[in-house]
Design a protein around this ligand. Structure first.
Ligand code: SF4
Length: 716
């Protein structure tokens, strides 16, 4: 049989008449692995495969998602033409008709209700050029203040914490190349083994070199397996755990006194606050034994070098921003930043989670990480855009708050790009109802996602194989994603779509771009002098240098590999520590008699976000074709639940049904459900609408639930 198969494959190989290679980058996570699509043309058909390509970040590696990434853009369900909903059915129309439809409805809604009756909802999966243009489109073409994006649900807590502590927010303060040589690593709420698999070898190498690895997670995961110490905390108690570790560091004096004196403000206040906290209370809140907190603090304090990484486990809480700040308090107290093999990383989730949060897609932001409420910043960007400063709208509201405004009828029309908010937002039942109220919903996407199905008009958008542009990866490295695969049907790039809509709205003079590179060249000027300064980066340099870490302030600037070596980005050059409470200001879900278990959510290796792309991939879908609830066998026994049985999970917001999956590695008071599925399997139906007041991050990581077998058993 094997011989026969080999013969068959050899024959196929011989029959391949031509082979074409398309260079690109993976559309999924923030590692942005460089890859090649290999297209072989045989006598009767074409075959495709994706292979890795060498580069400084992923070094040629791909994970299972990357290896199968070509399956969704080549899928038969790909939208190839504008689709207008007529009597409940989508019908194919021309671009001319689509643009006229948009013009008519934009004009009507804004004349009747004002400019802010329209909103824009963006994405952290689009290129820097498109994120930049979307911000400009909202403010200049639509003149609305309402724009925000799905990164609000992903990176906002880490971004807010880093901005407050360091004065700037770049995902990693160093380059990945330093990780293997650091001596102690704290991985807080991050499951890199499943979420960013190609980053794992950096940590494995560190371990081989003798690093002590501390993992903080309520579950055992592929990532906790490489840890020397696993702190299996109760969901939502990260800020308190950081206080416990900090208290030991202070008590046993692992402090870097000189660093604290010369480079940090606020340490005294933190020290006084932490001194008042009781270890017994922290133990109670976190469920982590005191001796393990001591061990973590001693290893991190005593080793010469160390790094802390946080991700959504810490961040997606109603005190996510403060919890991250508290981990940064640990880092600063021992002076492990701004020098070789020491630093902080927020492991970004989405492909362009970094770049998409820098150039104006956020409600309060202008390009280059400028503030929309700062007069000088407004003047600068108004000048770049050739408009009056007074015509630049003020700040809007966050993604979920925009949805509340839709529900209240204040926002009547929405432009949505590359996102699936009716599945990804908390309180998903409410979100769907809000979207159903919209008078006008235009969605640019590759597929009829759950949200696109609610649209009046769907516009066919291009994929990572077709859409050239820059992406900024987990390190803060700007990379050029080549993309030259031919587009099918009447698919357009997001930036082309925005330019064409702007044109019919009479704003052509501000959107007369004919390539992504032209947009990037305007972005460079717009970012110049800002925190995220890209002005020294060009497409030519990106091709030659294989990526540049920002800030890069001139054509001769090599970029910035390691941040904060001599000063932090606050005006006095110092970092800022602040005391962080064990308890969130916006209370988190508490377990009660009615809802006696914690629910936490996350990812699986074979899917990405709400699964709109990965659920179209046969190879990825086959690995995880449905959602599940991970549960400890002892808990399952208590609730009379068998392994692989359909289970109903209920919170105060809603209920879902998924299959049980036993795991000895999860806390007995906690269940875990991934968030890649929609409808009756959408775990966000169970998550409340409460937001972190500092950054408006929803509390995805902690809900209180009850569980029961989905089918009631008879008692015979
Ligand atoms: Fe690389 Fe992430 Fe894509 Fe996997 S999903 S290939 S780690 S970019």
């Amino acid at each position: 049989m094997t011989e026969m198969l080999l013969k068959y494959f050899r024959e196929q190989q011989k029959q391949a008449e031509t082979e074409r290679i398309y260079n690109t980058q993976c559309p999924y996570c923030s590692m942005q692995c460089k890859m090649q699509l290999v297209e072989q043309t045989h006598v009767k058909r074409k075959t495709y495969k994706t292979i890795g390509r060498d580069n400084p970040t992923s070094q040629g590696r791909l994970c299972i998602k990357g290896m199968n990434a070509h399956q969704h853009p080549l899928h038969k369900d790909r939208i190839q033409y504008p689709l207008l909903k007529v009597n409940g059915e989508f019908v194919k129309i021309s671009w001319r008709e689509a643009l006229d439809y948009i013009k008519e409805h934009v004009t009507e809604i804004q004349e009747k209700n004002g400019a802010d009756a329209l909103g824009v909802y963006g994405s952290a999966s689009i290129t820097n050029e498109e994120a930049y243009l979307l911000g400009k489109f909202a403010r200049v073409a639509l003149k609305t203040k309402y724009i925000d994006y799905n990164g609000r649900l992903c990176m906002s807590a880490a971004a807010s914490a880093a901005s407050k502590t360091f004065g700037m927010d770049r995902g990693f303060t160093n380059s990945l190349q330093e990780i293997p040589f650091t001596e102690c690593i704290m991985l807080a709420g991050t499951n890199i083994a499943e979420c960013q698999p190609t980053i794992m070898p950096y940590f494995e190498k560190a371990k081989e070199n003798g690093a002590f690895i501390i993992a903080i997670d309520p579950r055992e995961t592929g990532t906790t397996k490489i840890a020397d110490l696993h702190l299996k905390l109760k969901p939502g108690s990260d800020a308190a755990l950081a206080n416990g570790i900090l208290k030991v560091i202070i008590e046993e004096n692992y402090l870097d006194e000189r660093f604290l004196q010369e480079r940090v403000n606020g340490f005294e206040e933190v020290m006084q606050y932490v001194a008042c906290l009781e270890f017994s209370v922290i133990e109670e809140i976190t469920g982590v034994p005191l001796e393990k907190m001591y061990q973590a603090a001693r290893m991190f304090g005593q080793r010469e070098t160390g790094m802390i990484f946080t991700a959504r486990g810490v961040e997606q809480q109603t005190d996510g921003s403060a919890a991250v700040q508290n981990f940064l308090n640990i880092l600063l107290s021992v002076g492990k930043i701004g020098k070789p093999r020491c630093g902080y990383g927020a492991i970004t989730g989405q492909g362009n989670g970094q770049g998409a949060r820098e150039h104006g897609q956020k409600a309060d932001q202008l390009p280059g990480y400028r503030s929309i409420e700062n007069h000088e910043h407004r003047m600068y960007i108004a000048d770049v855009w050739n408009i009056e400063e007074k015509d630049l709208p003020r700040k809007g509201v966050s993604a979920y708050e925009m949805i509340e405004k839709i529900h209240d009828g204040e926002i009547k029309g929405l432009f949505l790009v590359c996102s699936n908010p009716t599945v990804s937002n908390p309180n998903a039942n409410f979100v769907k109802k809000a979207f159903e109220k919209l008078e006008f919903l235009v969605v640019a996407d590759m597929f009829e996602s759950e949200t696109a199905k609610l649209a009046n008009l769907i516009l066919p958008a291009s994929s990572y194989l077709e859409d050239e542009g820059t992406m900024t990866n987990v390190e803060g490295r700007v990379t050029l994603r080549e993309a030259s695969f031919p587009r099918r049907g009447e698919i357009k790039h997001d930036w082309e779509i925005l330019c064409e809509i702007a044109k019919v709205l009479g704003k052509e003079e501000y959107f007369s771009f004919s390539s992504a590179e032209e947009i990037f060249n305007e972005l460079r000027i717009a970012s110049k002098g800002g925190i995220a300064d890209y002005s020294g980066i060009t497409y030519e340099r990106l091709r030659a240098e294989k990526g540049i870490l920002w800030p890069c302030r001139s054509l001769t600037d090599k970029g910035t590999e390691r941040l904060f070596e001599t000063r932090f980005a606050h005006s006095d050059g110092k970092a800022m520590m602040v005391p962080v409470s064990n308890q969130a200001i916006v209370p988190k879900a508490k377990i009660t008699k009615k809802y006696p278990l914690y629910l936490t959510t996350g990812r699986v290796v074979s899917h990405y976000l709400t699964g709109v792309q990965t659920r179209k991939s046969a190879s990825l879908s086959a690995r995880n074709f449905e959602s599940f609830m991970e549960i400890h066998p002892s808990t399952a026994k208590k609730y009379e639940i068998s392994n692989q049985e359909l289970v109903q999970i209920e919170s105060s917001c809603g209920r879902i049904v998924v299959r049980s999956k036993f795991s000895e590695g999860i806390r007995p008071d906690t269940v875990f459900v991934p968030f890649h599925w929609a409808d009756s399997q959408n775990v966000n139906n169970l998550v409340s609408e409460k937001l972190d007041p500092a950054c408006k991050m929803p509390g995805f990581k902690v809900s209180a639930v009850n569980i029961s077998p989905s089918v009631k058993r008879s008692s015979y």
